[in-house]
Design a protein around this ligand. Structure first.
Ligand code: 6R9
Length: 655
């Protein structure tokens, strides 16, 4: 981490917003003043200004049961009504909500009126299957309009969706379906990726078959969208085609209002243990901050902008910046099903040019891979429609930031680097693009109404120029409300470390520069960040050890130029396997094993077959030392190792 700090410290450039940008920006400096004068009153104003309440709230923040918090608790609203019907009622039904482009090049333009109608039908269809308030629905889909429709239909009837990234394996899907006891799975036959149909339905079938783990069979129906046209197995009692069920449903459906704290969704994210956590988000506070950050941080003007957030709905960014935030504002946005490099590496820039995208929100890993391909590719397209760029998911290195601004943002657009997490629900630390003079590599300042600090191990704020741990010092509207089925884990993971102060511990290292601006330095726990996706070292280790050839495994996140971090595994094989197979062959097998068990994003970049692992006397694997090896650095302090010679053995084996 220290080399990161040194590197970041060299960065001193600043970019003030142009007067033209500042003049039209939604966010102005007085937001900070209003929020500082009365933080809770500020959020209450935002909730009233940005959302429609069926029943107005009188309470703002209730923390009588800390660390649990409630926002706007006695109010009632419909998330779906806020994202759909009210725009139609306001006369904007003809505005395009979704500009969908499939990977093969097919296109659909869906207006707010059409989207509202489709969601009403899907809501009726789900209710027809007996799904209602509080029921869980798993969504395992490609990024197609029906995925958005499915989420909003759940919201409309008060069912709780749990979106599982379509790149996850049958096993990962099964554990999430089981944990939430989902009653319905919504999926597709397949979706398009890299020019081919990537099947999804077989993984659902597999996840629901032979549940030998004693899990109760909760899934009554699987609703399947026809997208890939691939052949699928069919269970007549359980499976239903979307086009039979939803298309024939009535398009009349009045959206009932639910209490502000009604759960909206569960989203599983990796923690430090092997078992993913089901992060719970509720309705009123979540939608307030989702709408607020889309309006002020991303500066969306619904009547004129074309917004494109490139995230998949399987991640929280897709929830807040593809579905709930932009639609709550009534914005027009692009959704694209496929991969950036298909059929050629300029595909994203073709999309920007074709739809006139004005605000692009993406991840540093994508920017770095475009940098690798070279500037000619974007420069061959007309990107002049872009006026604001956003970054999310991991620290953005200054080189990538500057390249993003120069090459994609024609040297002019502001860049907002937005720090947040699945747990925070929406952006927490970011520039206001019309106000803040931005610094490449720094997320900079907490949003108006958000209190964030960098503290030392004892919870004391560090002075400017120093590093420590990032904390949120007061509850915020879109904060997670708990971990599904495990309130203890919620307290333990996020609130135990700074219990005395009542701070939320984010798990990220950070530094305040001389101006007090915040620089994020990456995770301080055993969570890796690969291409902006959170992966747990423990989860991948358990998968490796579950393979019959493996005796022991340790996984680390090594530095990677493109993906930020990459999964590197050190594996001790069972003797019996070593004598019968080549290490190379087994490494190949293990890589695809992990990919099958967890998903392709978890597939180790490198697997090193070693004879020992570095352990402390208490038996803890010293991943820090393995990370040095994986990064090709000189191995650090080994004095706490039980056997200090082990690192030279490992280093020799890796070479
Ligand atoms: C939104 C999202 C959260 C973790 C977070 C941090 C890293 C996200 C960042 C960033 C530096 C940024 N992270 N945004 N680090 N600068 N702008 O990514 O949620 O998948 O839960 O990951 O990602 O380490 O703790 P999630």
């Amino acid at each position: 981490m220290s080399s990161t700090i040194d590197h970041l410290l060299d960065e001193e450039r600043q970019f003030a917003p142009s007067p033209e940008f500042a003049a039209q920006a939604n966010g102005t400096a007085d937001l900070y003043e209003r929020a500082a004068a009365d933080r809770e009153g500020f959020w209450a104003d935002q909730a009233r200004e940005l959302l429609h309440w069926h029943k107005p709230f009188t309470q703002v923040l209730d923390r009588s049961n800390a660390p649990f918090a409630k926002w706007f608790d006695d109010g009632e609203l419909s998330v779906a009504y806020n994202c759909l019907d009210r725009h139609v009622e306001a006369g904007n039904g003809d505005r395009v909500a979704l500009l969908f482009e499939g990977e093969p090049g097919d296109e659909r333009r869906i207006t707010y009126a059409e989207l509202t109608r489709e969601v009403k039908k899907a809501a009726n269809a789900l209710e027809g299957l007996g799904i209602g308030h509080g029921d869980r629905v798993a969504i395992y889909m490609p990024l197609i309009p029906e995925a958005v429709i499915a989420m909003l239909a759940c919201a409309r009837i008060g069912a709780i969706h749990s979106v599982v990234f379509g790149g996850f394996s049958a096993d990962s899907l099964r554990s999430r379906v089981d944990d939430a006891a989902a009653r319905v799975v919504i999926t597709a036959d397949g979706g398009y990726r890299k020019g081919k149909v990537s099947a999804l339905k077989p993984a659902v079938d597999q996840a629901l078959a032979d549940r030998g783990n004693g899990a109760q069979e909760t899934v009554e129906h699987v609703l399947v969208v026809k997208r890939g046209g691939n052949d699928v197995d069919w269970d007549d009692e359980r499976d239903l085609w979307w086009h039979d069920t939803v298309d024939n449903a009535s398009d009349e459906h009045e959206a009932p209002a639910f209490p502000a704290e009604n759960p909206l969704y569960i989203l599983y994210t990796s923690g430090t243990t092997g078992k993913p956590k089901g992060v719970i988000h509720t309705s009123g506070g979540y939608l307030t901050q989702a709408a607020f950050t889309n309006k002020y941080t991303l500066d969306i003007h619904p009547e004129s902008d074309v917004f494109w957030c490139t995230a998949d709905i399987g991640w929280v960014t897709g929830h807040t910046y593809v579905v709930y935030g932009p639609l709550a504002l009534g914005a027009t946005q692009v959704i694209y099903e496929g991969t950036p490099e298909f059929p050629q590496p300029g595909r994203w820039w073709d999309i920007v040019e074709k739809y006139g995208v004005s605000i692009l929100y993406t991840a540093p890993t994508a920017i770095r891979s475009f940098m690798k391909q070279g500037r000619q590719i974007p420069q061959e397209r007309d990107l002049s429609s872009l006026r604001l760029l956003g970054s999310v998911g991991e620290p953005i290195n200054p080189e990538a930031w500057v390249w993003y601004r120069d090459i994609i943002g024609h040297g002019e657009t502001p860049i907002v680097d937005t720090w947040w997490q699945t747990e925070t629900g929406a952006t927490m630390v970011a520039a206001l693009p019309g106000v803040t003079a931005t610094k490449p590599g720094s997320a900079q300042v907490p949003l108006p109404g958000i209190l964030v600090d960098v503290v030392d191990e004892s919870g004391q704020p560090v002075a400017n120029g120093n590093g420590g741990l990032l904390v949120v010092t007061a509850p915020w509207p879109s904060m997670l409300r708990g971990v599904w089925g495990d309130p203890e884990r919620f307290k333990e993971t996020y609130w135990a470390k700074f219990a005395e102060q009542g701070y939320y511990f984010a798990g990220d290292g950070a530094r305040k520069d001389e101006d007090g601006d915040i620089w994020l330095l990456g995770r301080v726990d055993d969570v890796m960040n690969v291409s902006g996706h959170r992966l747990s070292t423990t989860e991948i280790e358990s998968s490796l050890v579950a393979h019959e050839a493996t005796a022991e495994a340790a996984v680390v996140g090594a530095k990677d130029e493109t993906t930020g971090e990459a999964v590197v595994a050190f594996v001790i094989l069972k003797e019996s396997y070593l004598s019968a197979h080549t290490p190379e062959g087994l490494a190949v097998q293990l890589r695809s094993w992990v990919s099958e068990q967890i998903g392709p994003i978890a597939r180790p970049r490198d697997i090193y077959i070693v004879s020992e692992l570095p352990k402390t006397r208490s038996g803890k694997i010293m991943r820090r030392l393995l990370r040095d090896v994986a990064d090709g650095k000189e191995v650090g302090d080994t004095t706490t190792l039980a056997d200090t010679a082990v690192m030279s053995v490992i280093s020799a084996q890796v070479k």
